[in-house]
Design a binder for this molecule. Sequence first.
Ligand code: PNW
Length: 460
Amino acid sequence: MKNDFRKNLSGGATSAYQIEGAWNSDGKGPSIWDVFCMIPGKVHNGDTGAIACDHYHRMADDVALMQQIGLQAYRFSISWPRILPAGRGAINKQGIEFYNKLIDKLLEAGIEPWVTLYHWDLPAALEFEHGGWLGEATSDAFADYADVCFNHFGDRVKNWITINEAWVVAILGYGLGVFAPGRVSNSAPYLAGHNLLKAHGKAVRRYREKYQSTQKGQIGITNNCDWREPLTDSDADKQAATRALEFFLAWFVDPIYKGDYPESMKSRLGARLPSISAGDRELILGSSNFFGLNHYTAMFAADASGGAVPGNVYGNGGLSEDQDVSLSVSPDWKLTDMQWAIVPWGCRKLLEWIAARYGNPPLYITENGCAFDDPVVNGTVQDTARIAFFDSYLSEMHRAIQNGVDLRGYFIWSLLDNFEWASGYSKKFGITAVEPGTLRRIPKDSAWWYRKVIQKNGLM
Ligand code: PNW
């Protein structure tokens, strides 16, 4: 009964800054995360990604590990400043070499590469020159960088994701200031979001005009969204939940599938939300071959005036005063180490909401996972809560597919315990532990469980 939950593929995901290390090796330029980590108080315990999992030097072993686990696909990101140390201009050959080797190793191992072009490690040069994503010039630089990647890797890479989680970049990076570049503002997020959408559109245009017909790959964007369940069945709370989803997800997805920002955002934000010009619309509308979704948790939403946002280390309601939504969690929900509630049915409801709003697009869950800290005992890690998490979320995805959602693939976050941004190494999302000091990889029980799920193409 639980069989055949996936139509296409099961993979694992990571990102460059979280695993590579080698932050200033072989010609790599600094990113805004390299800089952000140097600012006292920004990252838990003063941790940095300078060494991280040292994946840069252990790449071949890590691919062997993926093969052992049986991954069919691997989602990783390319470090923009490893390819273009100054953000634009001269190409760093050694950076190209590294990703060439990684891609070749993956293909030899029968693992399909899924490449994210931007997973938050903006070249620091572009922060200084253009104010990062506040400058439109950064979106042009992104298209040129993407072009370099298509040109060098597109003969072998057939799945491209332009931007990872524009919401996180905009809100956590430019609104709440808890992620790089650390700005605090109630208007900058909407400008940054606008330029991120344009960057996506410009990169996709480049791919379509120069590469797609010969390389025959697909390109899309990945956004993150939690589910928002109305706290009561009052109309006011139902509208609050919809509004919360619009400020979270539709912000970036409506422009791509409908050509404009949601009405709720336009009316509430006024001049703080840039308008989508005719030219922007042409660039952005229809610019994704698939719908990438990262999903972790759910919260209740209630109508409120500038409600507080409890229960989340990042305060991830966004700028809630713009929404008049108050978020909360049920005391019955179990929490992960991120204090994110485990609500598997929320995943199904979100998938169905997306299918209904956007005409059932081909969907990929490009991240889903949980942080738990389980000890290594005699070389094993019994992470039963993580297995239960994956099992319950996959079951609900299966139900969504049965209900007609076109879900084609699934990537667990993450292959390795890694640098969890402002939480440093304190939050462990991996199906593989990384031993402090030696950095030895120790697959957790969830890795072997996932292997069986992939082999069987269904749950146990
Ligand atoms: C995502 N929020 O980040 C990222 O894509 C990963 O790099 C990260 O490791 C993973 O999820 C786990 O955090 C998010 O506050 C960060 O809603 C913050 C939020 C969501 C996703």
